[in-house]
Design a protein around this ligand. Structure first.
Ligand code: MG
Length: 339
């Protein structure tokens, strides 16, 4: 029995230009993937490519073509299939994650169970997702914070020369718990100077304060002992964890980086073995990618799965983010449907 692969580029538009320390815009091109089996059952997956990791919608389409001959005859053959994809294209995590998601969706649909059930997870143990406030002017930042009042936790993008002002601007309009992501935008000196202020503003933890390779610097920020430090850009796959475990308190897992749902589970196990906090994040993506990641959130401490909620044209509905803990859909597989 063979699987048929089809892919479609979807342009997602964010409600506001989505800007982080290294730039950004309003339009994000993702690739949705469909694997159809001989019975006509469809597994859905998504690639949300990031230029930072060397991927675009075009590279995803090219990699999907490359991987097509390596699709498993049996979708239950997940481990071998994912290992093969990673051997053929060791980078290209977003493209591989699309096939991983689609295979898992198909397996769940064949069995008639949601993915979290397949993994034996308790859907009542999902965390609350944060909602991200990208870099913007003071007035726009305040407007965005007001729009985000349904979200119990805000994640603030920093890494500019006016981070103090951004934090004050936000604290002027909300008491919500805050998390901060500098996206590698600070120097060691700047990070150490920011820490007391972040603490004063009630920030819970700081993500990727320094460039990914400066693990010594990140360790120094951690040693200051003021706030927990989570690494994102410094940690792509499970094999990175022993290296970052000394430098940081936690890791941020993204399917677009690690390339597969099974690798995400390995990252969780590896991080736990190193007594680290586990967070799950996302790119700007549709509810297909968000829901794939949401299914393992009963295993994590913190979630930032707002990628679809930041857009105005998500074609799909799946996990519900906002208004309380993440709600996992109960349909088989990913449980995602067309809006
Ligand atoms: Mg981040």
């Amino acid at each position: 029995m063979t699987l048929t692969l089809s892919a479609e580029v979807v342009t997602l538009t964010t409600r506001h230009p989505f800007i982080i320390a290294r730039g950004g815009n309003s339009d994000y091109r993702v690739v949705t993937v469909r694997l159809t089996d001989a019975d006509g059952l469809e597994g859905w997956g998504e690639a949300s490519p990031s230029a930072y990791y060397g991927e675009t919608a075009e590279t995803v389409l090219a990699v999907l073509k490359t991987l097509e001959p390596h699709l498993p005859a049996d979708p239950f053959d997940l481990d071998a299939a994912e290992a093969r994809f990673a051997r053929v294209v060791p980078k290209n995590g977003a493209a591989r994650a699309a096939l991983s998601g689609a295979l898992h969706d198909l397996v769940g649909k064949r069995l008639g169970v949601p993915l979290y059930r397949l993994w034996g997870l308790d859907r009542r143990r999902t965390p609350v997702s944060s909602f991200t406030i990208g870099i913007d002017s003071a007035e726009k930042t305040q407007a965005k914070v007001r729009e985000a009042r349904d979200y119990a936790i805000l994640k603030i993008k920093l890494g500019t020369d006016r981070d103090e002002e951004i934090l004050r601007t936000i604290r002027d309009v909300t008491d919500q718990p805050l998390r901060v992501d500098a996206n590698a935008g600070w120097t060691r000196e700047r990070a150490l100077r920011m820490l007391p202020l972040l603490k004063e503003f009630g920030v819970e933890f700081v993500e990727q304060p320094l460039p990914p390779d400066d693990l010594e610097g990140i360790a120094a920020v951690r040693r200051a002992g003021i706030l927990p430090v989570v690494v994102d850009e410094s940690c792509v796959v499970a094999a990175d964890i022993p290296r970052v475990a000394e430098a940081a308190d936690g890791i941020n897992i993204k399917l677009a980086k690690c390339g597969s749902l099974r690798e995400a589970l390995r990252m969780i196990a590896t991080a736990r073995a190193h007594k680290m906090l586990v967070m799950v994040g996302c790119m700007i993506e549709t509810s297909i990618g968000i829901t794939a990641a949401a299914h393992f959130t009963p295993l994590v401490d913190a979630a930032d799965l707002d990628g679809a909620a930041l857009t105005v044209n998500d074609p799909f509905a799946g996990a519900v983010i906002g208004g309380g803990p993440i709600e996992l859909p109960d349909g088989p597989g990913l449980g995602v449907r067309r809006r």
